[in-house]
Design a protein around this ligand. Structure first.
Ligand code: ZN
Length: 354
């Protein structure tokens, strides 16, 4: 019989591979990445949460239709910021750019390129959404702040301003200029951030670093990595809005046209869904763990016991010849959150005529 040797070969190979993986998993120890605790002196978490709640209660809702924007709410928000953060507004210079974007400058007395901290203060509407609490209550319950903008992105703005406020109150002078940039129309692809960029260009300023929202603390995204992972976005993805418009000659609803407008529209949506944009080339390096500063990229996958080293994953490999690592990467890229981070978002929406 020649069958047994033919079968035993692959079986033995699989067993050897499984044993190698098991050995690796058993020996695996996450990379030690001790992070010294942040200096939280001068910060009051409860007071900061209350301030965030108050800012959430001001409904700075964005809209692409200027007539739908409550300009008074945005003005109230700006005024309240000045009252809630008096030292920031005493020490830093604040500009209100055309339309309402905010730009603070904290002078250092040096000519080093500045640090720019960004967080927009507009939010998306809540119409038609089911909330367990009033989305503009800003309620603080059991250590959580509830409401529209708590995460995206008034929370970030409050975190930045709390840090600046405590340092300004203590008489701190930064080692380089610090700008705080807060746009009022980020959610509708507005011009607030562009205006801030134009200000820098006009003044010949090239930032040393820009830190904006993005990423999250997630679980279960990278195969084989237990616990929480802080995802740091290193590149900005694109965005594609598609308006699908179709039409029919019309007629009575009792006698619809075969392959009419709704059917063609549905087909177009399915084709879009089946052809997402390719992951960007800049996403070929993913730092999913938090290695100590100076750790080479090749070690950033040390938080995973699996054969996959995420830092070796790239869209090109995923699309290339099949392999163990490629399959793990495939799982990574199939995760909705990973896909969203790596690709231009394309989401069919109205208006559509039939
Ligand atoms: Zn946001």
């Amino acid at each position: 019989m020649r069958t047994a040797p033919l079968l035993l070969g692959p079986v033995a190979g699989v067993a050897a591979g499984a044993a190698a993986v098991a050995r690796r998993v058993a020996r695996f120890r996450p990379l030690e990445a001790p992070v010294p605790p942040a200096d939280a002196s001068g910060l009051d978490a409860d007071a900061a949460a209350a301030r965030l709640g108050e800012l959430i209660r001001i409904p700075t809702v964005s809209s692409r239709d200027p007539d739908q924007v409550d300009a008074a709410a945005f003005a109230r928000f700006r005024d309240r910021l000045a009252e809630l953060y008096p030292h920031t507004h005493r020490v830093l210079e604040r500009e209100v750019l055309d339309g309402g974007a905010l730009l603070w400058r904290w002078r250092s007395g040096t000519d080093r390129p500045p640090l720019v901290l960004m967080a927009h203060h507009d939010v998306v509407p809540v119409t038609g959404q089911a909330w367990t609490r009033d989305p503009f209550s800003g309620a603080v319950e059991d250590g959580w702040v509830h409401g529209r903008g708590a995460v995206d992105d008034k929370g970030s703005l409050v975190a930045v301003l709390e840090a600046v406020e405590s340092l300004a109150a203590a008489g701190h002078t930064p080692a380089r200029d610090v700008y705080v940039s807060s746009s009022n129309d980020e959610e509708v692809l507005g011009v607030g951030a562009q205006q801030a960029v134009q200000v820098f260009r006009d003044r010949g300023i090239e930032p040393w670093a820009v830190v904006d929202e993005g990423g999250a603390v997630v679980t279960g995204v990278f195969p084989g990595v237990p616990g929480q992972i802080a995802v740091v976005g290193l590149a900005e993805k694109g965005l594609l809005d598609v308006d699908l418009v179709t039409s029919d000659p019309g007629g009575h609803a009792s006698s619809p046209t075969p392959d009419g407008a709704p059917a063609r529209l549905a087909r177009a949506i399915l084709r879009l869904d089946a052809a997402p944009s390719r992951p960007g080339s800049t996403t070929s390096c993913w730092g999913w763990s938090t290695p100590p500063a100076g750790t080479p990229p090749a070690r950033t996958g040390r938080c995973s016991p699996t054969p996959a080293r995420c830092d070796r994953c790239s869209p090109r490999r995923w699309r290339g010849p099949a392999g163990r690592r490629t399959r793990w990467c495939g799982r990574l890229w199939r995760s909705p959150s990973s896909r969203a981070a790596a690709r231009a978002t394309c989401w069919p929406r109205g208006p559509a005529r039939t």
